[in-house]
Design a protein around this ligand. Structure first.
Ligand code: S3P
Length: 178
């Protein structure tokens, strides 16, 4: 059944995955799960604390475990962390779920939009670099092909209200024939 399927949002930090995911879940009466939120509740730490105290490797292990557990369930909107596509095991899992009917949406935004949305943010440890703007550009270059390799649809969120993006995803969900 259509409603059994998950809608999984992937994309870079600052593309609106959580905001859009929450609104989408509400409009479709589906459960909403945010993998970062689950990681924080399991570890009892914030994302910056995890990176600082346990390191990125620990975060990535937990992220993979959470993704596996979450995608064992159906009828959810799942918002993922921007680095979910880094690990091959996660990409394989996402592709396996697509085969079973889940819909993976890649949310994008221009580099300038991302910079404007992220420049004052202190919750993204990966951007605590000497030149965060260059870090965004570099991570985008490293990840673009990875996002593309697991996405059914790509939607830009630059200069768009979240509600408009939500409506576009709902149209795909009901009419896309995925
Ligand atoms: C990360 C993105 C973050 C969070 C962590 C690592 C990344 O999630 O998972 O800081 O590697 O891009 P958001 O995309 O929700 O910011």
């Amino acid at each position: 059944m259509l409603q059994d399927r998950n809608i999984i949002l992937i994309g870079f930090m600052g593309t609106g995955k959580t905001t859009i995911g929450e609104q989408l879940a509400k409009r479709l009466s589906l459960a909403f799960i945010d993998t970062d939120e689950k990681i924080c509740s399991i570890s009892g730490l914030t994302i910056p604390e995890i990176f600082q105290q346990k390191g990125e490797k620990y975060f990535r292990q937990l992220e993979s475990q959470v993704l596996t557990d979450v995608l064992a369930q159906a009828s959810q909107v799942v918002s993922t962390g921007g680095g979910i596509v880094i690990q091959e095991v996660n990409r394989q899992l996402l592709n396996a779920r697509r085969q079973k009917g889940d819909l993976v949406i890649w949310l994008t935004a221009s580099e300038e939009t991302l910079w404007q949305r992220l420049k004052l943010d202190s919750n993204r440890p990966l951007l605590k670099a000497a030149n965060p703007r260059e870090e965004i550009a570099s991570l985008l270059r490293q990840r673009e092909d990875l996002y593309r390799s697991v996405a059914d649809y790509t939607i830009s969120t630059s200069e768009r209200e979240p509600a408009a993006v939500v409506t576009e995803i709902i149209d795909i969900y009901f009419k896309g024939g995925f």
